[in-house]
Design a protein around this ligand. Structure first.
Ligand SMILES: C[S@@+](CC[C@H](N)C(=O)[O-])C[C@H]1O[C@@H](n2cnc3c(N)ncnc32)[C@H](O)[C@@H]1O
Length: 266
């Protein structure tokens, strides 16, 4: 496996660690915000892409109780985990670039921190447009630049300390590799959307410790495969925790996290 493949691989055992260590800190605050933005649109049929373990799915089911929610993810293990966590939605495995749904089947498509993983975003956005009914909306979020995310920047600093010659590039190139809202808006337009809204949102994440966040990344994301490929797991974990604790402090930690939220209309 090449470094870049390792940087993108989600393995079967990752959902539980992702859910335990990362969702409450990094993803739940943004899910509450995105679900509130969805509720304002009063959609009847919602499709969620790259739903992961279902944190946004649960928030949508609560914020828009009258909607039919279909949640999808590329990774079978995420779909199995999400279906158990948010059984009020219909769960299905789906690649965002080839959606297994008929034309005009949904009023709203949502995607929280998933578009950065799509190799061809214009192709995916074109598929989103195809499955939206007339008047439908596409609401999604993408992370801002790596330095504007206190936790991710600290994890990357830890990885650079552990592997000074060849640090894993997952964080800068994938989660934070689509951090230009002008590019995201241009991709939406290229797929035939009108860009209705584009905003920067900074929320605060709270973790029990820097070690918890390190554990989440080292076991619950593609960082794990990239680290395993490079060698000694316990030494790496110790180096990452030490550097993160130096940067963020010991005990309970908080950090700002910046994202962009975009809304396209058909
Ligand atoms: C950072 S997680 C976000 C999960 C969830 N939306 C959340 O907020 O917790 C990214 C997700 O994108 C999924 N993914 C990656 N490539 C995908 C693709 N081409 N189509 C659909 N989902 C994809 C991964 O399996 C993973 O669950």
């Amino acid at each position: 496996m090449t470094g870049s493949d390792a940087d993108r691989r989600w393995a079967e055992s990752m959902p539980a660690a992702y859910e335990q260590y990362l969702v409450p800190v990094l993803f739940r605050p943004f899910a509450a915000d995105l679900a509130a933005r969805a509720a304002v649109l009063r959609p009847g049929r919602i499709l969620e892409l790259a739903a992961g373990t279902g944190v946004l799915t649960s928030a949508l089911l609560e914020a828009v109780p009258t909607a039919e929610v279909t949640a999808t993810d590329l990774n079978e293990a995420m779909v199995a985990f999400g279906a158990a966590r948010a059984p009020g939605a219909v769960w299905r495995r789906a690649d965002a670039q080839r959606l297994p749904f008929p034309d005009a089947a949904f009023d709203l498509v949502v995607c929280q921190f998933g578009v950065m993983f799509f190799p061809d975003r214009i192709a995916a956005f074109t598929e989103v447009r195809r499955v939206l009914a007339s008047g439908g909306r596409f609401l999604f979020s993408t992370w801002g630049p790596l330095p504007a995310h206190g936790f991710d920047a600290a994890v990357q600093a830890g990885l650079e300390r552990a592997f000074p010659a060849d640090p894993p590039q997952f964080l800068p190139t994938v989660p934070h590799g689509y951090s230009d809202p002008a590019l995201a808006a241009a991709d939406l337009r290229a797929a035939g959307f009108a860009v209705e809204d584009e905003l920067e949102l900074t929320l605060e994440g709270r973790a029990a410790s820097a070690a918890d966040v390190a554990t989440g990344f080292l076991t619950g994301t593609p960082v794990r495969a990239a680290v395993e490929e490079r060698g000694d797991g316990p030494a790496v974990r110790a180096a990452v925790i030490e550097e993160m604790t130096r940067l963020l402090g010991p005990g309970p930690v908080t950090a700002p996290m910046t994202a962009y939220v975009l809304r396209g209309a058909v």
